[in-house]
Design a protein around this ligand. Structure first.
Ligand SMILES: CC(C)(COP(=O)(O)OP(=O)(O)OC[C@H]1O[C@@H](n2cnc3c(N)ncnc32)[C@H](O)[C@@H]1OP(=O)(O)O)[C@@H](O)C(=O)NCCC(=O)NCCS
Length: 207
């Protein structure tokens, strides 16, 4: 049996990172059907409720118990609403190296959520879990993802030519890394409270 990450809950002042549940299916379907998510991630197209249910109740959990990584639902600590996902994949246990991946829901973008979640996951991996390197790959054209990497304290290492694929074809990937020495660096300024709406009417309006 390969090593596996423990089932874990991580908290910040604004966010709760926890395993996916059946409660997350509808918001996951909406977020993974979103145009920007579909532009940069090679997810099924169209992305159905069945795809979302499989991810939330089965696949995301099996990827942990197989040793590949661990996947978190990022939720608003105040309202409980799903804001996105951040996870580890392709973990190389002997080398103590893993790779981070993420999407944020359209209703949560531009508020520093993914920067905060990625930094928190990096601190857990390189601290408590004793890992030596967290890698992040972003398409050269994916400005928001590159910005998340920089703001979370990752270092840009270079460009991997023709290394990725999205629905529109091949892409070059910028490779970033976070290593234990980087964690001495301070976070950016304290983020603003989220104020994510929770009522059905508000939710409908946000999509
Ligand atoms: C990448 C993504 C996760 C960022 O999530 P987020 O919660 O909005 O991230 P943050 O708010 O922490 O930071 C986003 C940063 O990108 C910036 N940004 C977003 N779109 C931008 C654009 N088109 N041009 C320039 N900057 C942009 C934001 O302004 C912000 O930077 P700032 O704080 O300096 O202003 C989100 O855009 C997403 O889900 N994209 C689709 C899926 C995806 O690309 N996943 C990653 C694959 S590698």
């Amino acid at each position: 049996m390969p090593p596996i990450f423990p089932e874990t809950v991580l908290r910040t002042d604004r966010l709760l990172l926890r395993p996916f549940t059946a409660e997350d299916v509808e918001d996951t379907r909406a977020a993974c059907s979103d145009e920007l998510t579909q532009q940069w991630l090679p997810l099924p197209r169209p992305y159905s409720t069945e795809h979302a249910a499989s991810w939330c109740t089965d696949v995301s959990h099996r990827l942990r118990t197989s040793g590949d990584g661990v996947h978190f639902a990022i939720t608003d600590l105040g309202s409980g609403r799903l804001l996105g996902t951040v996870g580890l994949k392709k973990t190389d246990w002997p080398a103590r190296v893993s790779e981070v991946g993420y999407w944020s829901a359209p209703w949560a973008r531009g508020r520093g959520v993914m920067t905060e979640a990625t930094r928190t996951l990096g601190e857990w991996l390189l601290g408590e879990q004793g890992f030596q390197r967290l890698q992040l790959f972003a398409a050269t054209g994916n400005t928001a993802s590159r910005r998340v990497a920089e703001k979370a304290g990752f270092h840009k290492e270079g460009v991997l030519r023709n290394a990725g694929h999205v629905h529109d074809g091949r892409v070059d990937l910028v490779v970033f890394s976070l290593v234990p020495d980087d964690l001495a660096g301070s976070r950016e300024a304290e983020p603003e409270p989220l104020g994510i709406p929770v009522t059905d009417a508000e939710r409908g309006g946000a999509r």
